[in-house]
Design a protein around this ligand. Sequence first.
Ligand code: HEM
Length: 460
Amino acid sequence: MFGNNLDMLKMTPETIFQYCRQSLLYAKGKSYIYYFLRAPIYNITTAEDAAELFQSTTLLDKSVIYKYLIPFLGDGLLISSDRKWFNRRKSLTPAFHFNVLQTFNDIFKEESLKLLKKLQHLQKDEIEINDIVTEFTLNNVIETALGVKLDDMKGSAQYRHTIHDIEEVILERIYNPLMYYDFVFRLFGRYKKHKEDLKIASDFSSKIIQKKREVYRKKKEMEKQQGNEVDDFGKKKRYAMLDTLLDEESKGNIDHEGICDEVNTFMFEGYDTTSTCLIFTILNLALHPDVQKKCREEIANIGDFSSLTVFDFNKLEYLECVLKETLRLYPSVPFIARTCVAETRINGLILPTNSQINVHVYDIMRDPRHFPNPTEFKPERFTPENSVDRHPFAFVPFSAGSRNCIGQKFAILEMKAVLVALLSNFEILPVTKLEDLIFEYGIILRTKQKIYAKLKKIEK
Ligand code: HEM
């Protein structure tokens, strides 16, 4: 009579994680349905069942849980649908082109070296990995999206905290079904603080956008006269995502509000996802000294850090296997969710309008049929020869199909840069044990505990 509603009322991020794993066990590894707030939720847990959704041209609308992101991300790429999403995706794709990534590469290397400098003083202590990694990734995403160095901006520390707090409240709402109702959130949630934070974030990015717009207009006039792209110092221009958006604005394809939505979407999607993957990668490297050694051997052959190009980072195939194996075991986005805007036929089921579909990427990537001994950390699974016959949707940390992650190449490059810097200077020693971690399920996979490691300088 009550479906799964009573189960859900007592949930915390930690129990949701366990509930989903338990449900898979009851369903004997198959996909399953439960009922929440009178609507069916179809839970996909296998690559075979996910295929139809990933290949669908109609099941593209995001589920109701994304609605809590709207006050922050508006109608940005992650949430928007139909024509708006299609046009924006088309406009923003060039912002991730290989040539643009090459200019981002310099930013990633600069930020990696800044991080190394910081770590020199922390060598003997246990280091809280979450802390150092999140500052690195947020600096990168802000500089690549907006074209400004966060450290040079007034109010930057407050902005960094604000982005973090905004995410925390959004996740709190998603985890607690009572907070789904706006009046409950206003009365009992952190509504006032959330509203203030949203204003701080929006004022901060709006100010930068306005300034950049003026510079953009002046530069366009200059470029018309000179016929090439230069920055203030006469060097080859660094291209920020904001430049792409300002280009679109000049063609009448987006307005100020739209630009703010897209900038915030990049902050949200580009920051926590990459941090989470880096935190788990550093943990895995600390726990597997043999893997660490192999990475170091590979890195030793590619040359001096400051001269490394995107091509050099692309050559690091084993390091990429380590990142992939980490994403397989600990996907930053553990599930994705869609809504059926009309009655939908999928995998032989007929789902009524407003049904939700959760694709549990976490479970899909631990399927023993595709990844034998799935809980073992084995980067070799991802060498080209071991990947040949794998199901195309067995490894989907960046989702798949037309709504896949637009930033996946950006993320891999950014993570490789900082890992090369770390591994060539430090041995990473374990502190946190895997068995002590309690996992929390949400838009982003988290652990209840912070993750620690020790660093030992490598004498060269
Ligand atoms: C390890 C890092 C990352 C992971 C695991 C990841 C994963 C994902 C996943 C699973 C989705 C689909 C979400 C859904 O359907 O609900 C997604 C979408 C998206 N990601 Fe990423 N992401 C990462 C990094 C980034 C970065 C660095 C950026 C930007 C700088 C980014 C921007 C986006 C955007 C804009 C979307 C929405 C795309 C659309 O709907 O057209 N992501 N990401």
